[in-house]
Design a protein around this ligand. Structure first.
Ligand code: HEC
Ligand code: HEC
Ligand code: HEC
Length: 115
Protein backbone atom coordinates (compact mmCIF):
# COMPACT_ATOMS: atom_id res chain seq x y z
CA UNK A 1 0.00 0.00 0.00
CA UNK A 2 2.76 2.41 1.03
CA UNK A 3 4.78 1.43 -2.03
CA UNK A 4 1.84 2.21 -4.28
CA UNK A 5 1.49 5.65 -2.73
CA UNK A 6 5.16 6.36 -3.30
CA UNK A 7 4.73 5.23 -6.88
CA UNK A 8 1.91 7.67 -7.64
CA UNK A 9 3.75 10.48 -5.83
CA UNK A 10 6.66 9.80 -8.17
CA UNK A 11 4.41 10.23 -11.19
CA UNK A 12 2.92 13.45 -9.87
CA UNK A 13 6.48 14.78 -9.48
CA UNK A 14 7.41 13.73 -13.01
CA UNK A 15 4.29 15.47 -14.30
CA UNK A 16 5.15 18.71 -12.45
CA UNK A 17 8.71 18.59 -13.77
CA UNK A 18 7.48 18.17 -17.34
CA UNK A 19 5.14 21.14 -16.93
CA UNK A 20 7.98 23.27 -15.55
CA UNK A 21 10.32 22.36 -18.41
CA UNK A 22 7.49 23.21 -20.78
CA UNK A 23 7.20 26.64 -19.15
CA UNK A 24 10.97 27.07 -19.67
CA UNK A 25 10.45 27.28 -23.40
CA UNK A 26 7.79 29.94 -22.90
CA UNK A 27 6.68 31.32 -26.26
CA UNK A 28 4.97 34.25 -24.55
CA UNK A 29 1.60 35.63 -25.58
CA UNK A 30 -0.03 34.69 -28.86
CA UNK A 31 -0.38 38.40 -29.72
CA UNK A 32 0.35 41.81 -28.21
CA UNK A 33 -1.17 45.25 -28.36
CA UNK A 34 1.98 47.39 -28.55
CA UNK A 35 2.11 51.02 -27.47
CA UNK A 36 2.51 53.05 -30.66
CA UNK A 37 2.48 56.46 -28.98
CA UNK A 38 0.43 59.18 -30.64
CA UNK A 39 0.09 57.14 -33.83
CA UNK A 40 -2.05 54.56 -32.00
CA UNK A 41 -1.76 50.95 -30.85
CA UNK A 42 -0.07 48.29 -32.98
CA UNK A 43 -1.49 44.77 -33.02
CA UNK A 44 1.38 42.32 -33.20
CA UNK A 45 0.85 38.60 -33.92
CA UNK A 46 3.72 37.14 -31.88
CA UNK A 47 3.29 33.40 -32.47
CA UNK A 48 2.71 33.96 -36.18
CA UNK A 49 6.15 35.61 -36.34
CA UNK A 50 7.75 32.83 -34.31
CA UNK A 51 6.37 30.29 -36.79
CA UNK A 52 7.40 32.32 -39.84
CA UNK A 53 10.89 33.28 -38.60
CA UNK A 54 11.77 30.39 -36.21
CA UNK A 55 14.71 32.34 -34.72
CA UNK A 56 13.75 34.25 -31.55
CA UNK A 57 16.97 36.26 -31.70
CA UNK A 58 15.82 38.14 -34.79
CA UNK A 59 13.89 40.39 -32.38
CA UNK A 60 15.06 39.45 -28.91
CA UNK A 61 18.68 40.41 -29.57
CA UNK A 62 17.41 43.98 -29.14
CA UNK A 63 15.05 43.54 -26.17
CA UNK A 64 14.55 40.66 -23.67
CA UNK A 65 11.72 38.14 -23.60
CA UNK A 66 9.71 39.93 -20.94
CA UNK A 67 6.41 41.78 -21.00
CA UNK A 68 6.84 45.55 -21.05
CA UNK A 69 10.57 45.34 -21.90
CA UNK A 70 10.36 47.78 -24.81
CA UNK A 71 8.53 50.43 -22.77
CA UNK A 72 11.03 50.11 -19.91
CA UNK A 73 14.00 50.42 -22.26
CA UNK A 74 12.42 53.40 -24.01
CA UNK A 75 11.91 55.23 -20.72
CA UNK A 76 15.42 54.44 -19.49
CA UNK A 77 16.85 55.63 -22.82
CA UNK A 78 18.45 52.32 -23.85
CA UNK A 79 16.03 52.17 -26.78
CA UNK A 80 15.11 55.18 -28.90
CA UNK A 81 11.53 55.93 -29.83
CA UNK A 82 10.57 53.99 -32.97
CA UNK A 83 13.85 52.03 -32.84
CA UNK A 84 12.11 48.64 -32.70
CA UNK A 85 9.66 49.80 -35.35
CA UNK A 86 12.36 50.98 -37.77
CA UNK A 87 15.23 48.57 -37.16
CA UNK A 88 13.04 45.47 -36.75
CA UNK A 89 9.44 45.61 -37.97
CA UNK A 90 9.67 47.90 -41.00
CA UNK A 91 13.18 46.99 -42.15
CA UNK A 92 12.35 43.28 -42.25
CA UNK A 93 8.99 43.78 -43.98
CA UNK A 94 10.64 46.06 -46.58
CA UNK A 95 13.46 43.63 -47.25
CA UNK A 96 11.08 40.67 -47.71
CA UNK A 97 8.79 42.72 -49.92
CA UNK A 98 11.76 43.63 -52.12
CA UNK A 99 12.69 39.95 -52.31
CA UNK A 100 9.07 39.28 -53.33
CA UNK A 101 8.46 37.05 -50.33
CA UNK A 102 5.55 36.98 -47.88
CA UNK A 103 5.98 40.12 -45.77
CA UNK A 104 4.13 42.27 -43.28
CA UNK A 105 2.80 45.83 -43.67
CA UNK A 106 5.04 48.86 -44.30
CA UNK A 107 2.49 51.71 -44.23
CA UNK A 108 1.73 53.58 -40.98
CA UNK A 109 -2.00 52.93 -41.02
CA UNK A 110 -1.57 49.22 -41.68
CA UNK A 111 0.13 48.77 -38.30
CA UNK A 112 -1.13 51.68 -36.19
CA UNK A 113 -4.83 51.82 -35.33
CA UNK A 114 -5.21 55.62 -35.39
CA UNK A 115 -5.78 56.53 -39.03
C1 HEC B 1 9.28 39.54 -34.81
C2 HEC B 1 9.74 39.82 -33.48
C3 HEC B 1 9.73 38.73 -32.43
C4 HEC B 1 10.19 37.43 -32.54
C5 HEC B 1 10.82 36.74 -33.74
C6 HEC B 1 9.97 36.82 -31.24
N1 HEC B 1 9.42 37.72 -30.38
FE1 HEC B 1 8.98 37.39 -28.39
N2 HEC B 1 8.37 39.32 -28.22
C7 HEC B 1 8.31 40.25 -29.24
C8 HEC B 1 7.73 41.48 -28.74
C9 HEC B 1 7.46 42.74 -29.55
C10 HEC B 1 7.47 41.27 -27.37
C11 HEC B 1 6.86 42.26 -26.39
C12 HEC B 1 7.92 42.95 -25.59
C13 HEC B 1 7.32 44.01 -24.69
O1 HEC B 1 6.26 43.78 -24.10
O2 HEC B 1 7.94 45.07 -24.54
C14 HEC B 1 7.88 39.90 -27.07
C15 HEC B 1 7.77 39.30 -25.81
C16 HEC B 1 8.08 37.98 -25.53
C17 HEC B 1 7.91 37.35 -24.23
C18 HEC B 1 7.42 38.00 -22.94
C19 HEC B 1 6.06 38.56 -23.01
C20 HEC B 1 4.98 37.56 -22.80
O3 HEC B 1 4.35 37.17 -23.78
O4 HEC B 1 4.72 37.17 -21.67
C21 HEC B 1 8.32 36.05 -24.35
C22 HEC B 1 8.34 34.99 -23.27
C23 HEC B 1 8.76 35.87 -25.73
N3 HEC B 1 8.60 37.08 -26.42
C24 HEC B 1 9.26 34.69 -26.24
C25 HEC B 1 9.68 34.54 -27.56
C26 HEC B 1 10.25 33.29 -28.07
C27 HEC B 1 10.47 32.00 -27.27
C28 HEC B 1 10.54 33.52 -29.39
C29 HEC B 1 11.10 32.54 -30.41
C30 HEC B 1 10.43 31.26 -30.55
C31 HEC B 1 10.15 34.90 -29.71
N4 HEC B 1 9.64 35.47 -28.57
C32 HEC B 1 10.30 35.49 -30.95
C33 HEC B 1 8.75 40.07 -30.54
C34 HEC B 1 9.27 38.91 -31.06
C1 HEC C 1 5.23 47.19 -39.22
C2 HEC C 1 4.44 47.98 -38.29
C3 HEC C 1 4.65 49.46 -38.21
C4 HEC C 1 4.59 50.37 -39.23
C5 HEC C 1 4.40 50.12 -40.73
C6 HEC C 1 4.74 51.68 -38.63
N1 HEC C 1 4.89 51.55 -37.27
FE1 HEC C 1 5.16 53.06 -35.91
N2 HEC C 1 5.45 51.70 -34.42
C7 HEC C 1 5.36 50.35 -34.58
C8 HEC C 1 5.73 49.72 -33.31
C9 HEC C 1 5.80 48.24 -33.05
C10 HEC C 1 6.00 50.76 -32.40
C11 HEC C 1 6.45 50.64 -30.92
C12 HEC C 1 7.93 50.29 -30.82
C13 HEC C 1 8.87 51.43 -31.10
O1 HEC C 1 8.63 52.55 -30.63
O2 HEC C 1 9.87 51.20 -31.79
C14 HEC C 1 5.80 52.02 -33.12
C15 HEC C 1 5.94 53.27 -32.58
C16 HEC C 1 5.61 54.44 -33.21
C17 HEC C 1 5.51 55.75 -32.57
C18 HEC C 1 5.70 56.03 -31.08
C19 HEC C 1 7.11 56.23 -30.65
C20 HEC C 1 7.17 56.64 -29.18
O3 HEC C 1 7.90 56.03 -28.41
O4 HEC C 1 6.47 57.58 -28.81
C21 HEC C 1 5.18 56.65 -33.54
C22 HEC C 1 4.95 58.15 -33.36
C23 HEC C 1 5.07 55.92 -34.79
N3 HEC C 1 5.35 54.59 -34.55
C24 HEC C 1 4.77 56.49 -36.01
C25 HEC C 1 4.74 55.79 -37.23
C26 HEC C 1 4.59 56.42 -38.53
C27 HEC C 1 4.45 57.91 -38.78
C28 HEC C 1 4.61 55.40 -39.47
C29 HEC C 1 4.55 55.50 -40.99
C30 HEC C 1 5.63 56.25 -41.60
C31 HEC C 1 4.74 54.15 -38.73
N4 HEC C 1 4.83 54.42 -37.39
C32 HEC C 1 4.74 52.88 -39.32
C33 HEC C 1 5.00 49.65 -35.71
C34 HEC C 1 4.86 50.21 -36.98
C1 HEC D 1 12.68 39.38 -39.53
C2 HEC D 1 11.43 39.69 -40.16
C3 HEC D 1 10.27 40.31 -39.43
C4 HEC D 1 10.30 41.16 -38.35
C5 HEC D 1 11.49 41.63 -37.56
C6 HEC D 1 8.93 41.55 -38.10
N1 HEC D 1 8.10 40.95 -38.99
FE1 HEC D 1 6.06 41.25 -39.16
N2 HEC D 1 5.98 39.87 -40.61
C7 HEC D 1 7.05 39.17 -41.13
C8 HEC D 1 6.58 38.21 -42.12
C9 HEC D 1 7.44 37.22 -42.90
C10 HEC D 1 5.17 38.38 -42.19
C11 HEC D 1 4.19 37.68 -43.12
C12 HEC D 1 3.97 36.25 -42.76
C13 HEC D 1 2.97 35.61 -43.71
O1 HEC D 1 2.15 36.31 -44.30
O2 HEC D 1 3.04 34.40 -43.82
C14 HEC D 1 4.83 39.44 -41.23
C15 HEC D 1 3.55 39.89 -41.02
C16 HEC D 1 3.19 40.91 -40.15
C17 HEC D 1 1.84 41.42 -39.97
C18 HEC D 1 0.60 40.99 -40.73
C19 HEC D 1 -0.09 39.88 -40.00
C20 HEC D 1 -1.28 39.34 -40.74
O3 HEC D 1 -2.22 38.93 -40.05
O4 HEC D 1 -1.28 39.32 -41.96
C21 HEC D 1 1.91 42.40 -39.00
C22 HEC D 1 0.76 43.23 -38.45
C23 HEC D 1 3.29 42.48 -38.59
N3 HEC D 1 4.05 41.57 -39.31
C24 HEC D 1 3.76 43.33 -37.62
C25 HEC D 1 5.08 43.37 -37.17
C26 HEC D 1 5.55 44.23 -36.09
C27 HEC D 1 4.70 45.20 -35.32
C28 HEC D 1 6.89 43.95 -35.95
C29 HEC D 1 7.85 44.55 -34.95
C30 HEC D 1 7.53 44.44 -33.56
C31 HEC D 1 7.25 42.94 -36.93
N4 HEC D 1 6.13 42.61 -37.66
C32 HEC D 1 8.53 42.42 -37.10
C33 HEC D 1 8.37 39.33 -40.82
C34 HEC D 1 8.87 40.16 -39.81
Amino acid sequence: MQKRWAFSTFFVMVFVAVVMVGAGVDRGSERFSMDGGKRGTVEFPHHMHQDALTDCGVCHDLFPKSAGAIQEMKSSGSLKKKQVMNSKCISCHKRLKKEKKAAGPVKCGQCHTRT
